[in-house]
Design a protein around this ligand. Structure first.
Ligand code: CA
Length: 245
């Protein structure tokens, strides 16, 4: 599997949007575009992009409204791309929850670098030090490599699909905690996704066949019946707990 991050460009200037889309597609991103704030929010809710590039001045609801609506349910990275270069605008956007702010005109290399940084921050904002320092989560024979978007079992690539990887990556970042079915679906498919628990269960069955020795007696991802799923704690946490008890 080749993992492609999904980028949503919300920008009403067709030239900029087209140019950006071309650059990002050439750099191995899946590109979605929206020309208005309303349509942007609809795409966010139905496609759950990995990152958003957002213009502030938009017809209809503007970029500010988009930021506040996303921040109600998701920490997905948002990079503001704006012609407004006043410090007050930058500070306001960052305080509202934007991750970065780039002023037009911008250099493509700089934008690509900022996108990579923002994506790295989200995947490493986890509580687990192993993830934030090395980009890797380890428990037993299971390794999640957040930089390579791959899961290994005993060093062998488990060949997860993109959605399967996203589920395991989310559970790994929250290892030891139960994530509800609703929460997982919302984070992966968006708050208004027409995805039900059944689709999540099918994905989980496939994941277990790929990563567990005995799928019926999982040692990595546990089912909390009627509630959700929980990833086993990382080796590092397990060791700390042994020392402390
Ligand atoms: Ca604009």
């Amino acid at each position: 599997m080749e993992y492609k991050n999904k980028v949503l460009i919300i920008e009403d200037d067709k030239h900029i949007s087209h140019f950006l889309g071309t650059v990002l597609a050439a750099n191995n991103y899946d590109v979605l575009t929206a020309e208005t704030g309303e349509y942007g929010c609809a795409v966010i809710n139905s496609h759950c992009p990995d990152i958003i590039i957002l213009d502030l001045g938009l017809p209809g609801i503007d970029g500010w409204d988009v930021i506040s609506s996303v921040r109600k349910w998701s920490s997905m990275p948002i990079i503001v791309l704006s012609a407004r270069n006043s410090e007050a605008d930058k500070v306001a956007a960052l305080e509202m929850g934007a991750d970065d702010y780039i002023t037009k005109p911008f250099g493509t290399e700089e934008l690509l670098a900022r996108i990579r940084t923002a994506l790295r921050h989200t995947r490493t904002s986890a509580a687990d030090d192993g993830i934030s320092v090395n980009g890797v989560f380890k428990t037993g024979d299971l390794t999640i490599d957040y930089a390579k978007y791959r899961v290994y079992i005993g060093g062998r690539d488990a060949n997860l699909t993109q959605n399967e990887f996203r589920i395991v990556a989310l559970l790994g970042k929250n290892a030891g905690k139960v994530l509800t079915y609703d929460y997982i679906i919302k984070q992966l498919w968006g708050p208004h996704a027409k995805t039900d628990n059944q689709i999540l269960r099918v994905n989980m069955a496939n994941i277990r066949r790929k990563i567990e020795k005995k799928p019926a007696e999982p040692q990595y991802i546990f089912t909390e019946v009627g509630i959700g799923y929980r990833m086993a704690e990382s080796d590092r946490i397990k060791q700390e707990n042994m020392v402390n008890t």
